[in-house]
Write a protein that binds this ligand. Structure first.
Ligand code: SF4
Ligand code: SF4
Length: 190
């Protein structure tokens, strides 16, 4: 799934500053699982935005919706019924969903309410790890299920000087992984 996290409320307030009526649109897909843009987050964020506006002495009308998915036209269409009554849409979907809403609702500024982070998995409650760079040429069948693209990305992180490959019953894949990750030739031991 795609992992995202909510933008800071200050940033969102600045983005919606010119609007007194907005749609806050969540997504029941990935961003619900990672607690960034589901029904609960739509409700919490909307309350926080209303409150913040009240303290500024300004009103803010919000239509709260959480769509099945924002990356699928079928689920975006129902928003047309009321979209014209709101001059802007704040989307809490991932970047793909936000772009798709912007493409389908061209008259509306579509504002991002979350920062999309990566494609990953849930390790445990509240902990997500990156697993795929969407490289377009998956070779996990040849690398024992270990993503070479991930290793290449890890190499670029300052302070990382090595990785530990545990190829239990996949020893044959080690050479392919090391080669494709650009780790050959082996450095000289000093
Ligand atoms: S719009 Fe993004 S977050 Fe929502 S289901 Fe599609 S890929 Fe997942
Ligand atoms: S090789 Fe890695 S980055 Fe490429 S598609 Fe497969 S898992 Fe994703």
């Amino acid at each position: 799934m795609i992992i995202a996290e909510g933008k800071p409320i200050k940033e969102i307030l600045a983005m919606i500053d010119g609007y007194d009526k907005i749609i806050v649109a969540g997504c029941k897909g990935c961003v619900t699982v990672c607690s960034a843009g589901g029904e609960k987050e739509v409700s919490i964020l909307s309350s926080a935005l209303r409150l913040a506006r009240q303290t500024q002495g300004r009103s803010l009308e919000i239509k709260e919706v959480t769509l099945e998915r924002q990356c699928d036209t079928e689920y975006l269409e129902p928003m047309r019924e009321y979209a014209d009554q709101y001059p802007a849409i704040l989307s809490l979907a991932c970047g793909a969903g936000i772009q798709f809403v912007a493409e389908k609702f061209r008259k509306h500024p579509v504002l991002p309410g979350v920062n999309t982070q990566f494609i990953g998995v849930t390790e445990e409650q509240g902990v997500w790890t990156e697993r795929c760079q969407s490289c377009g040429n998956c070779m996990l069948d040849r690398t024992g299920g270990i993503c070479v693209e991930q290793i290449q990305r890890l190499r670029k992180i300052e302070g990382v000087h090595g990785i530990h490959l545990m190829a239990i019953e996949w020893e044959d894949a080690v050479h392919t992984i090391v080669e494709r990750a650009g780790l050959l030739p082996r450095p000289e031991a000093k």
